[in-house]
Design a protein around this ligand. Structure first.
Ligand code: 26W
Length: 809
């Protein structure tokens, strides 16, 4: 097959797909049909390319990685695929001839929002790099019918509505009904010893759900590899009950057939917070059971034995959510292939590796032991045995130290602890930034680190720089092409060469002009969507991420309120016009996060009623922040807010996207900010606030919010203003939360402790912004230093150190 069709061939492909799928000609086709036709042609091409690549991998007997993740936040696929394949030009020309604009077709595609935030987007970026670097990879996740909810803001209140991405997104999926697997839940399990000495596991009264794979292909850039993302959808195996149906009980017959399908209905919308819901446990087991069966089937088809599994297969568990792949793989090895426990355990532990993505205690998943046993009886037996053996080993390592062993145990206090299971069973455990990885060793997994120091590693996160720079900021990409040549597209470390232009006034002027054009483009977009106009001469100050107390959107709000009060006092104040742009979704049950959204919206509304102040200060809360919106916004951003309480943000990846697009960071020494500062130089970042160890000390010594409030007159006024409120609504509840004088509610993220340092740093940043030449230089040096934060670098580290993969070209 020709993987590089020219525009005439593309035109033919499009016409033939239109005819076959929609029975129409290009003249008759709607824009949506043409988008689908384009997507189908790309999908077909990728499927062919993937199958050729797979043959090569099989022939070479190459090792593959299977990346297990409950979330893949893909966003749109048409543009990345076309750009990665180098086909955007051919499609553009072909479509021109047919009377369509490629850019318009991109807008027809719904975002595949199958993830909450950083974890899910990271998984998507990693798939891109895996293909681009020619590593054989498959991702596994769930084909949620509804992805992360669509956010509407009604009078400042977040309202969640279903995210309907199918239809529109389904064109990328290839259903493989010939590759379904059964997943068992509930019932009872009995062991029956056979005369040949092996033990058979008998299942009684259990429920069986069918897992149907929907495959989607992820192209690399300039490579022969195509990664596959296999998404599982749940289907009821019990036949549709004809008896009920014929008795006239239509709805009951339907209900029973859809019950099982609830498993793949919807993505849990909470991020960094676990709710312990049984359906989520079912989703997790559904994902891993189907995926492990699929891995085993593929492996057996090529090698005919499982003895060599660790040499040919790496299974990566992305956060603890897919950790049940450990007992599931044990189950299959022991129950279906009759391996001894020891042998099976050796295979599993050499195959599985784990990345931790958070240290927030409320995000570390645990399951109620009784519910776990009822839902997954066989898996429970296996986890119990893993735990007993582990505790014995721990006893040898730490004789007599019951406290420590009970802390490390997988099962304890009626809970099954997924993080402990993940660490115990993985040969590698890594964090996602230097700081985060050391916190894992020194605190979260301290005891495990003593027992297994060799397991612990760090792989700092990275982003798909082609998507987030080359494709979403084409003007900046062409400037880079001109200055340093296009090699950085495949070797992001080459971005460093851009530093040579730090004193080139022409280049810096162009950089500035590009930023301004991007600001105009974004402002136009906002105007078309919302009718609101953003002043493109104001500085674009951007905080985009999930809404969470630890990320401290509230600290940003406090500073904005301070500026607002200044302007109210003196509307003629000589101040750099500033637009504070927020994009954030809150978990539906997270009340404080929703209050903070409301606060931001009400400040925005209040300012809007004040035309004089609007000339200098604006707050824009973007509704329904998504991957596509980020792609439009990030190229226009000038300030990147990365202001989490030090020690809480594992890495952050938005910070990298903004940096590589030339925004300057105001941030704490948290997560990847620390390494960004090392790379770009302290003089090119605006770092403030307590450091991780100081945070801990302050918390231990007793954080007294009131003392900051009393001693800082500005802070007093700001907090009093919160109580008075904005646009007619009081935020006294937030004031009292910040002051720790509520009943039981308190601000554990110590906004007030970092306030003054944040304010002064922000002020210094505004002063620096006045010196355009200096600002542009800093911006240029940030772009030049961003090469390290490409996912290509992260993936090379995983591939070499953790998965031990070789490229197949
Ligand atoms: C069970 C509920 C739940 C859901 C999602 C708990 C935890 C999560 C994720 C692990 C949260 C998450 O996305 N963490 C983010 O992962 C990014 C990628 O490594 C990091 O850059 C962010 O710092 C981290 O917050």
């Amino acid at each position: 097959m020709n993987y590089n069709p020219n525009s005439a061939e593309v035109k033919e492909l499009l016409e033939s797909v239109l005819q076959r799928h929609f029975g129409c000609t290009a003249q008759e086709a709607s824009r949506d049909q043409m988008y689908k036709a384009a997507a189908i042609t790309v999908k077909n091409l990728l499927s062919e390319k993937r199958s050729a690549y797979k043959n090569k991998v099989n022939k070479a007997g190459a090792k593959r990685v299977y990346y297990m993740c409950m979330e893949f936040l893909l966003g749109r696929s048409l543009k990345t695929n076309l750009c990665n394949l180098g086909l955007a030009d051919a499609y553009e020309k072909a479509l021109d001839k047919l009377g369509f604009k490629l850019d318009d077709l991109y807008e027809c595609e719904p975002d595949a929002g199958l993830g909450n935030g950083g974890l899910g987007r990271l998984a998507a970026c990693f798939m891109d790099s895996l293909s681009s670097l020619d590593y054989p990879a498959t991702g596994f996740s769930i084909c949620y019918e509804y992805g992360l909810f669509k956010q509407m803001i009604v009078d400042g209140i977040q309202v969640e509505t279903p995210d309907i991405w199918l239809p529109g997104g389904e064109v990328w999926l290839v259903p493989r009904t010939d590759r379904t697997y059964k997943v068992r839940f509930g019932g009872r399990v009995r062991e029956e010893w056979k005369s040949d000495g092996h033990c058979e596991i008998i299942y009684e009264d259990n429920e069986e759900i069918e897992a149907v794979p929907y495959d989607t292909m992820i192209s690399g850039a300039g490579s022969s590899a195509v990664s596959q993302l296999r998404l599982w959808r749940a289907r009821n195996t019990q036949k549709f009950d004809m008896r009920l149906f014929t008795q006239g009980q239509y709805t009951r017959a339907l209900e029973e057939s859809t019950n099982a399908e609830i498993i793949s209905k919807v993505l849990y919308p909470s991020d960094n917070h676990t709710e312990g819901k049984l359906l989520r446990l079912s989703q997790q087991y559904f994902l891993v059971s189907a995926s492990i069966q699929s891995i085993i089937r593929d492996h057996m088809a090529v090698y005919g034995t499982l003895e060599n599994l660790p040499e040919k297969v790496a299974i990566h568990i992305n956060d603890t959510h897919p950790a049940l792949c450990v007992p599931e793989l044990m189950r299959i090895l022991i129950d279906d292939y009759f391996f001894s426990w020891e042998k099976a355990w050796s295979i599993v532990t050499r195959t599985v590796s784990y990345t931790n993505h958070t240290v927030m205690p409320e995000a570390l998943e645990t399951w109620n032991e009784d519910l776990f046993r009822l839902k997954l009886p066989r898996i429970y037996m296996i986890v119990k045995e893993i735990n007993e053996r582990f505790c014995r080993a721990a006893w040898t390592a730490f004789p007599g130290n019951w406290g420590r062993i009970s802390h490390m145990s997988i099962i304890g206090y009626g809970q099954v602890r997924m993080a402990n299971l993940s660490v115990i069973a993985s040969h590698s455990v890594n964090g996602v930034s230097e700081l985060h990885s050391s916190i894992l060793k020194d605190s979260t997994f301290k005891d495990f680190y003593r027992m297994y120091p060799e397991k612990f590693d760090n792989v700092t996160n990275g982003i798909a720089h082609r998507r987030w720079l080359c494709y979403s900021n084409p003007k900046l990409a062409s400037l880079l092409d001109e200055c340093i040549g296009p090699d950085y597209r495949h070797r992001p470390e080459e971005l460093a060469n851009f530093a040579k232009f730090a004193d080139d006034e022409t280049v810096k002027d162009r950089l500035r002009a590009i930023k301004h054009e991007n600001k105009i483009a974004f402002s136009n977009l906002v105007q078309t969507k919302t009718g609101k106009k953003i002043d493109t001469h104001s500085v674009f100050d951007v905080q985009i991420k999930r809404l969470h107390e630890y990320k401290r959107q509230l600290l940003n709000a406090l500073n904005i309120i301070g500026l607002y009060l200044d302007l109210k006092e003196n509307p003629n104040l000589d101040m750099q016009p500033q637009t504070f742009i927020f994009g954030a979704k809150a978990a539906p049950g997270y009340d404080m996060a929703k209050r903070i959204i409301k606060l931001l919206c009400m400040i925005s509304k209040d300012i809007e009623q004040n035309p004089k102040i609007r000339e200098k200060l604006n707050v824009v809360f973007l509704e329904n922040y998504s991957v596509s919106m980020a792609e439009a916004l990030v190229p226009s951003a000038e300030i990147s807010e990365q202001i989490s309480l030090a020690g809480k943000e594992a890495s952050g990846t938005g910070c990298m996207k903004l940096m590589i697009n030339g925004a300057l960071t105001i941030g704490t020494l948290d997560g990847a900010n620390v390494e960004m500062q090392e790379a770009a130089g302290a003089e090119n970042m605006f770092i403030f606030g307590l450091k991780a160890d100081e945070v801990e000390q302050l918390w231990l010594n007793g954080y007294s919010a009131a003392s900051y409030f009393i001693s800082n007159e500005r802070l007093t006024r700001i907090i009093n203003q919160l109580s008075v409120g904005f646009a007619g609504e009081s935020f006294a509840d937030i004031a009292s939360y910040l002051l720790n004088n509520g009943h039981g509610v308190a601000d554990p993220y110590m906004c007030l402790a970092d306030f003054e340092s944040y304010r002064l740093t922000h002020e210094a940043m505004m002063a620096a912004y006045q010196d355009k030449a200096k600002w542009n230089r800093m911006s240029l040096l940030n772009i030049a230093a961003a090469g390290k934060f490409a996912a290509d670098r992260s993936i090379e580290e995983y591939a070499q150190r953790i998965w031990k993969l070789k490229k197949v070209k």
